[in-house]
Design a protein around this ligand. Structure first.
Ligand code: 6R9
Length: 664
């Protein structure tokens, strides 16, 4: 998220274009047993702070807070002032103490098919050993630890061990480059790096240690590199600096007394991969963060810890992995699946095989994955028994209505609530989402702010727009898991998030949204992506959703390219479903389809049929690069792309478009 972009073409509020009429009430039986009912909205509205204080009671506090919220230092919030707690104790020890040590915490599934099961009792031992190990290395409360690990149980253990000793962690995606690792280590001045020899991806071992070495080379703050053995392949080794995880933790006691930390003690720094600009170290703290991730995981996913098997497919290097693989589910005593690999290894049914194998009941994934599964075809999930699923969720991007419907029918069997959850690295936890036992959902809408959360859609002057109109999404009240700043840069924190509506004191999220006639919210993507065509604001999301509603289309990315007559012209990049053939006729048909769905003004001037789209590691489309390609400019920063060569394949398929040079 970034509001520093110079591109800001909106002289008026967004138009309200798409008309989606379908509604889905909670399935019979679900509502009666739902964790949260409609009363929560009223309760929170009556007294927001009392509501959050009650939710904080879901946690074990070593010392109760004196005051729920101190907002006098706005925009720097202090929640649960005076309270003290230990996050790892809350996520692990207390479940064991309450007699649930034998419950499975993590079902690990390696990509090659190896498995490992960790009960809460075993997780506690591992976390204690790791906490003792970090202490032996001289890590003290407040010291930063960088974690550069794949999706293996040690990633969860390492994060919890840091939390246990009060050492903020900074997790860096294992697929990020050495230079990305290095800049994050330097910015946080991390003392220790925890990494691995490698991991398994797309059927082959990938070495990680050489990247870690390149990343720490000359990094002055790093004293020790701890290396988890995952692939067993030979690794370069520095005797002065490197130590094996299994040797270091293996010699530690399995007991460790958790210390209680202040509610505002830093828990982690997470750098937003960002589609624009220099990465920002988003800072989260202890009590408010854990309260909101635990509450939202309970409310939105309706977790019944005794019977549910929960699976969030995100990577731990993304905020979704922090909040909804590690802290939220474990605080709630969940049993969850952790999968190392990709959805197409060794075959395109791997996700569904895992759902069937572990009888997964709650699945949380991203629109990018859902659209990929649509592209592959519904006969693949049809080969597996998905009847265990009872709730399915989505996060990361606007979910197009057709993808939502496909997800509900093909994966959810038509009887699971679908929760489209809007939030950000900065918000720490889910903010806008249906409540599965309450909301009558609309495909493509994240519906309403959760109980205790307040959001508005405003125009450029900060005035709320009426129902039926679009504008800018703002958060007008502080919330417990809000970011507490950008690491080391308070001015940038104010400028980026709070300057736009300084008079009103609103947090500006950077996203556009519309309120429909019922006041329900439809997220429209980044405002940087809004197009201005002949004086009309058109959101890329709406044109993309119109394209995806055509049976030939699996995925679409839309951008506004400069145009001498219309200001911007709409250019679409389209991926077809597996069984469809392209051609000039189809392009004309798609142009007509969009014009019919939205209106003639939204008709794309150009449509390119492409094999792939450029995406960040968390699956967000990088429209900026497509814009560069469409305007025949040299490509901007490509370092956050999953696959740096994808733009070559896309530009190679554009008639007449010159190929830009990727910057490193
Ligand atoms: C959790 C996460 C945040 C940005 C956010 C918005 C987009 C996320 C969304 C969504 C529409 C949803 N976004 N969830 N847009 N509907 N359900 O994704 O964090 O990586 O920081 O990205 O992602 O644009 O501002 P992060």
């Amino acid at each position: 998220m970034n509001t520093e972009s110079p591109r800001d073409p909106r002289p008026e509020t967004l138009a309200n274009l798409l008309h989606e009429q379908r509604r889905f009430a909670p399935p019979p039986g679900f509502a009666e047993r739902a964790n949260v009912t409609a009363a929560a909205y009223d309760q929170a509205a009556a007294d927001r702070e009392a509501f959050w204080a009650e939710q904080a009671g879901r946690l074990d506090w070593a010392r109760r807070w004196d005051r729920v919220l101190d907002w006098s230092g706005a925009p720097f919030a202090r929640w649960f002032e005076g309270g003290r707690l230990n996050v790892a104790y809350n996520c692990v020890d207390r479940h064991v103490e309450q007699g649930r040590g034998d419950r499975v915490a993590v079902h690990f599934e390696g990509e090659p098919g190896d498995t490992r099961t960790l009960t809460y009792a075993q997780l506690k031992e591992e976390v204690c050993r790791a906490a003792n190990a970090l202490t032996e290395l001289g890590v003290r409360a407040g010291d930063r630890v960088a974690i550069y690990l794949p999706m293996i149980p040690e990633a969860v253990v390492a994060m919890l061990a840091c939390a246990r000793i009060g050492a903020p962690h900074s997790v860096v995606f294992a697929a990020f480059s050495p230079s990305a690792l290095r800049s994050r280590i330097d910015d946080a001045e991390a003392k220790v790096l925890i990494t691995a020899d490698g991991y398994h991806r797309r059927g082959a071992p990938v070495d990680l240690k050489p990247n870690a070495d390149a990343g720490v080379e000359g990094a002055e703050s790093i004293r020790t590199v701890v290396v988890v053995r995952r692939t067993g392949r030979p690794v370069p080794w520095n005797d002065e600096r490197d130590v094996w995880w299994h040797e270091l933790t293996g010699r530690q006691p399995t007991e460790h007394t958790p210390e209680a930390f202040d509610a505002e003690h830093p828990l982690f720094i997470l750098y937003t991969s960002g589609t624009t600009g220099r990465p920002k170290g988003i800072l989260h703290t202890t009590g408010g963060y854990l309260t909101q991730v635990a509450y939202t995981h309970h409310a939105v996913f309706d977790l019944k810890p005794e019977s549910d098997v929960y699976w969030c497919t995100a990577d731990v290097g993304w905020v979704t992995g922090h909040s909804y693989i590690v802290y939220g589910p474990l605080a709630n005593g969940a049993t969850e699946v952790l999968y190392e690999g990709t959805p197409d290894t060794p075959h395109r049914g791997r996700f569904w095989e895992i759902v069937e194998k572990y009888r997964v009941t709650i699945l949380y994934t991203a629109p990018t994955a859902i659209r990929m599964f649509m592209k592959w075809g519904e006969e693949i999930p049809a080969q597996f028994d998905l009847s265990s699923l009872r709730l399915i969720g989505s996060v990361g991007e606007p979910i197009n209505p057709e993808a939502w419907i496909w997800y509900r029918q093909t994966i959810g069997g038509g009887n699971c609530p679908v929760v489209d959850t809007w939030w950000q690295t900065e918000t720490g936890a889910i903010m806008i989402s249906p409540l599965p036992g309450v909301s009558s959902t609309k495909p493509g809408s994240a519906m309403r702010p959760l109980p205790g959360i307040s959001a508005e859609v405003v125009d450029d002057a900060g005035t709320p727009v009426p129902n039926g109109s679009g504008g800018l999404l703002v958060l007008d009240q502080p919330w417990p898991s809000m970011l507490r700043g950008i690491w080391g840069d308070p001015d940038r924190y104010r400028d980026t998030y709070w300057a736009r509506f300084a008079d009103q004191g609103y947090y500006f999220a950077g996203d556009g949204a519309k309120k429909d006639e019922d006041g329900d919210l439809w997220l429209l993507g980044r405002v940087d992506d809004i197009m201005l065509v002949s004086g009309h604001n058109i959101s890329t999301t709406e044109v993309e959703s119109a394209l995806v509603s055509h049976p030939a289309v699996a995925e679409a990315a839309v951008i506004g390219a400069q145009d001498p007559t219309t200001g911007q012209r709409i250019v679409a990049f389209v991926i077809l479903r597996a069984d469809r053939e392209g051609g000039a006729e189809l392009v004309t048909e798609l142009q007509g389809h969009v014009a019919r769905e939205i209106g003639p003004i939204a008709r794309p001037k150009q449509i390119y049929l492409v094999p792939e789209l450029p995406k960040t590691r968390s699956g967000k489309i990088m429209r900026r690069l497509l814009q560069d390609a469409a305007e025949s400019r040299a490509l901007g920063d490509t370092t956050t792309l999953t696959d740096a060569t994808v733009m070559e394949r896309i530009t190679g398929s554009l008639p007449g478009a010159e190929k830009g040079d990727a910057e490193e």
